[in-house]
Design a protein around this ligand. Structure first.
Ligand SMILES: NC(=O)c1ccc[n+]([C@@H]2O[C@H](COP(=O)([O-])OP(=O)(O)OC[C@H]3O[C@@H](n4cnc5c(N)ncnc54)[C@H](O)[C@@H]3O)[C@@H](O)[C@H]2O)c1
Length: 332
């Protein structure tokens, strides 16, 4: 029991962090950290939860010295893509926060970090995106994530795995825990929640050069994300650095998401088309061959029917327990 690896998850009160901490709990000795408390969705191990802003380097040093984790899974960050948010906020929570972690890792001799990067670091492309494809983030979010990737690449005495997530979606079924952004900006949770309540869903743009005129995205089930992180923890045995895409490897249009939802719920889905949004690309699909090759990972739970069915369970739970879900005017 005592020789279980110690894993520290930053951003553990967020969507992926709360799923991951539940998923890894039995496999490792898991410690969690966030600047805010998690909503009361799952039973938490209070002893292993640290409330700490990563910008508070002194407090962070105390926590890291106490835990001495074998691996840090760094999920904390400002993750909404919204150019109305001040650039400095992205810089602080994404770049400066990670710089603090890296400096303390060096000081305290902590060797391994997994960093949650994003598809937003790439320049737009119609075909499936490979890791060697052109980088060219346009959002402040994407730019700061790329800065962090470069920081990690410069620090040779720390081993890293950089995971470029595509559109993470759905929930962990056992224990039931899922996405609860405030406000929510992602298409799947918004569509499922609104469809269950009979509310109207906004779809942005209908004349993209895609098969049905709506944007194509690559949705990956959060359980597959947890498995990819687990496999990345094991990859540190190889003492190499790694940057890989983590996605479904298949694209689906916004309209197809709604058609699948209609089939599952057996009801009419209300939606309306809105103006295209600046910065939305028609296609965003990833090539996952490198993840298959390097960490022996491929998606198992990411068929659209599975993603939607699990998200329906989660949305029904939120509705039943009267959790108020707020929606932004934007949707990714
Ligand atoms: N959800 C997706 O589809 C997706 C896609 C690509 C990449 N990612 C990346 O994965 C990571 C997790 O995503 P998520 O959807 O769970 O995000 P989230 O917004 O739900 O969670 C992020 C958490 O980080 C915490 N945090 C932010 N700044 C902090 C700081 N300075 N100190 C301590 N805690 C801080 C927040 O309180 C929040 O709980 C993010 O880094 C995001 O950029 C997510």
């Amino acid at each position: 029991m005592n020789n279980k690896k110690k894993i520290l998850i930053t951003g553990s009160a967020g969507y992926i962090g709360s799923c991951l901490s539940a998923y890894l709990e039995k496999k490792f000795k898991v410690y969690t950290l966030d600047k805010k408390k998690q909503k009361n969705f799952i039973k938490k191990n209070k002893k292993n939860f640290f409330i700490c802003n990563l910008l508070n380097k002194r407090k962070l040093e105390k926590i890291l010295s106490l835990i001495k984790p074998d691996v840090i899974v760094h999920l904390a960050g400002k993750s909404t893509v919204n150019e109305n948010i001040k650039k400095n906020k992205y810089y602080l929570d994404n770049v400066q926060a990670t710089r603090n972690i890296i400096e303390l890792m060096k000081k305290l001799n902590i060797k391994n970090i997994i960093f949650s990067s994003t598809a937003a670091v790439y320049a737009p492309k119609k075909n499936k995106i490979k890791e060697i494809d052109k980088l060219g983030p346009i959002s402040s979010y994407g730019k700061t994530k790329l800065k962090v990737e470069r920081l990690l690449n410069k620090n040779k005495n720390i081993k890293h795995v950089i995971l470029r997530f595509f559109n993470v979606s759905s929930c962990l079924a056992k224990p039931l825990v899922g996405e609860f952004h405030n406000p929510e900006t992602h298409l799947i949770p918004i569509s499922v929640f609104k469809a269950l309540k009979g509310d109207k869903i906004n779809i942005f743009g209908k004349d993209y050069p895609t098969k049905d005129g709506t944007c194509v995205r690559d949705y990956i089930h959060v359980k597959d994300i947890c498995i990819a992180i687990h496999k990345s923890i094991n990859f540190f045995k190889k003492k190499q650095n790694l940057t890989i895409n983590i996605g479904n490897g298949k694209g689906i249009t916004n309209r197809e998401i709604l058609l699948n939802l209609k089939k599952i719920l057996k009801k009419k889905i209300n939606y309306k088309f809105m103006q295209k949004r600046k910065g939305d690309h028609p296609y965003l699909i990833c090539n996952i061959s490198k993840a298959k090759r390097k960490i022996n990972w491929k998606p198992k739970y990411s068929k659209v029917i599975n993603i939607l069915n699990d998200e329906i369970k989660w949305s029904k739970y939120l509705i039943k327990n009267k959790f108020i879900r707020k929606f932004a005017n934007v949707q990714k």
